[in-house]
Design a protein around this ligand. Structure first.
Ligand SMILES: [Fe+2]
Length: 322
């Protein structure tokens, strides 16, 4: 087929997107038939084809630089729990950031997979922050971390069972309905597995998000770390999750040890993870991408420069499609 004909085809498919009409943003599914220029890599359908670009995590060592220099950054991701306070310096900084930048909330303490019901107190504080930031979506992890109100403050791996998928999806729905914001769940890195598991991790993730009718924060570094620790093909994972539900991608650095890989977030992104990132964007489309760098944090410029490397992989896809 001639390139010009190949690049202008009628494409018909069902896609998910965030519907913002009315007071509560909701996921909606439409059948979309349109003539597209296939040489472009379109933005992903979950975010209604909105191009969010490349973000970095807002971290304390960079506050002074960002507030003084006002660098051009597509968006910042904040750790919600760091700003669920009544006042003081954290909220002053956040408000200054919000005047200039889009902020997306990422949480570490919802524990969707815990058998406990979600903490109402936590949800109320989170909702106050959601109203403040106007985050377009909110993410937290596909993990558990509490028993009978006692919290581990760790992101513990799930048993991949149908029962756990249903309970987790119920919690996600409850959070989404209370917070009135779309939710993306993030796959975690793991170092242990359960004999009780009835499916692979990617089948479990898919089961949860379909039941919850929510989005995915696809952490490609976490997939790579877990694939090396548990001996599976990370591309099987990427190829077999519902791509139209991916609303955000995380990239990060990790550390290799003799018998395992640790998700340390203290390095630049390694080549195998960049390759996975390129494959993920090919499957999903341009997607809000966030570099996580949480330990041994270098200068703002170095972190931002590393994050912006993601654009090189998108450009390669564009060129390959041309
Ligand atoms: Fe992550």
């Amino acid at each position: 087929m001639a390139a010009s004909r190949r690049n202008r085809q009628l494409r018909t498919k069902q896609v998910w997107f965030i519907e913002s009409r009315g007071s509560i943003p909701r996921l909606s599914r439409v059948t979309r038939t349109n003539e597209k220029d296939l040489t472009a890599v379109p933005a992903n359908s979950f975010n209604n084809f909105t191009e969010y670009g490349i973000g970095i995590g807002l971290r304390v060592p960079h506050y002074r630089h960002i507030l003084a220099q006002k660098p051009v950054v597509d968006w910042f991701e904040i750790i919600s729990e760091n700003f669920m306070v009544d006042g003081g310096r954290p909220l002053e900084v956040l408000d200054s950031i919000l005047e200039q930048y889009r902020v997306v909330q990422h949480g570490v303490a919802m524990y969707f997979g815990s058998a406990d019901r979600l903490s109402r107190e936590h949800l109320k504080k989170l909702k106050r922050l959601v109203k403040r930031t106007k985050t377009p979506w909110l993410s937290d992890h596909l993990c558990w971390g509490s028993v009978d109100g006692r919290y581990t403050h760790d992101l513990l791996p799930m048993p991949y069972t149908f029962g756990a998928a249903k309970a987790t999806a119920d919690n996600i729905r409850e959070a989404r309905d209370f917070l009135e914001v779309p939710i993306c769940v993030e796959n975690v890195s793991s170092y242990a597995e359960f004999h009780a598991s009835e499916m692979t991790e990617w089948e479990f993730l898919s089961e949860v998000v379909e039941r919850a009718d929510c989005g995915i924060l696809l952490d490609v570094n976490n997939i790579y770390v877990s694939s090396q620790n548990h001996s599976f093909d990370p591309y099987d994972y990427l190829n077999n999750v519902p791509h139209d539900r991916v609303g955000q991608i995380h990239i990060a650095g990790h550390s290799k040890f003799e018998k395992y890989i640790l998700d340390t977030h203290d390095h630049p992104v390694l080549d195998p993870v960049w390759k996975m990132y390129a494959h993920a964007v090919k499957l999903v489309g341009r997607t809000a991408t966030l570099l996580e760098w949480d330990d041994s944090i270098p200068s703002f410029e170095e972190v931002h420069h590393e994050a912006l490397k993601a654009n090189q992989f998108i450009e390669k896809l564009e060129n390959a499609a041309a």
